[in-house]
Ligand binder design. Sequence first.
Ligand code: TXD
Length: 309
Amino acid sequence: MAYPKVTVVGAGFVGAGVAQRLLEKNLANVVLIDVVEGMPQGKALDMMESAPIEGFRTTITGTNSYDDTKNSDLIVITAGLARKPGMSRDDLQAKNAEIVGGIVSEVAPRSPQAILIIVTNPLDVMTYLAFKKSGFSHKRVIGMAGVLDSARYAYFIACELQADPAHIEAIVLGGHGDLMVPVPQHSKVRGKSITELISKERIEAINQRARDGGIEIVNLLKTGSAYYAPSSSVVAMAEAILRDTGRLLPCCVYLTEEYGIKDMYCGVPAKLGRNGVREVVELALSEEEKSALKRSAEHVREFVVKLKM
Ligand code: TXD
């Protein structure tokens, strides 16, 4: 069977996790690339040696050469610095902009038909940068954050109600930062809004834990940031794209007037398929949620301006 080709740039914790999940789900043949010599090759060989046990038929190649990434269907960019305790995602901007900008200029001309999923922080700003640098249609440049933030929110709701996490549908909108917007009225347990099941005070506490979900892990790990749930989140998006399912997922996408936001990347629900973003879906929001979403997008815009693109 001819599998799609996915390049994962950055063979660190998130990149290696994405590669492993893509292989084990038989979703794609993977090229794993990093600046560190030998490391992506070593991780790729180690993963291939798990094939006889796991039974996957897809393959992975580790490399330091962008020529091996040619004609990828999907490119996931995870390269860059991760947060340490005491750092905000915005603190990573200058260094990661240099890294992500350089990578996009290597991968985009070699895979002109590819979809790009950006993972590097500060997520919304890096996604905007990748869109501008690649010259690709905005429908083909998407950031991963909303799937993760919503999964964290769903998990915390499941803990509160002692419910099965699989029965929770939760949604967090906005930029991937302190101003992200959990939306309780559209977050449901077996179709019932959590506003009918959990008190206002407890919902506010859960919302805050979701906003702090990233730093909670950073403070526990101390040497880096989360990667198990982030890699699951990327692969959920990759699956929707590669299998052209049209699945509705909260993603960082370019807005052209939706939610009253223009020319900015921001987290909202979008249907994903083989050509990237099929459709941005506008949820009915309260006035308070709408202005919180705009505030979050304006925060991203302030940092995009600093890129001087
Ligand atoms: O929700 C989200 N979007 C996120 C984002 C969730 C989790 C992690 N998030 C961000 O992803 C995090 O803040 C970082 O900016 C990235 C990657 O996190 P990860 O935990 O994977 O970091 P690592 O383990 O340090 O891996 C980074 C790798 C490392 O192997 C470097 O050698 C490599 O990136 N790197 C490069 N590869 C290729 N090309 C260049 N220029 C390069 N520079 C560094």
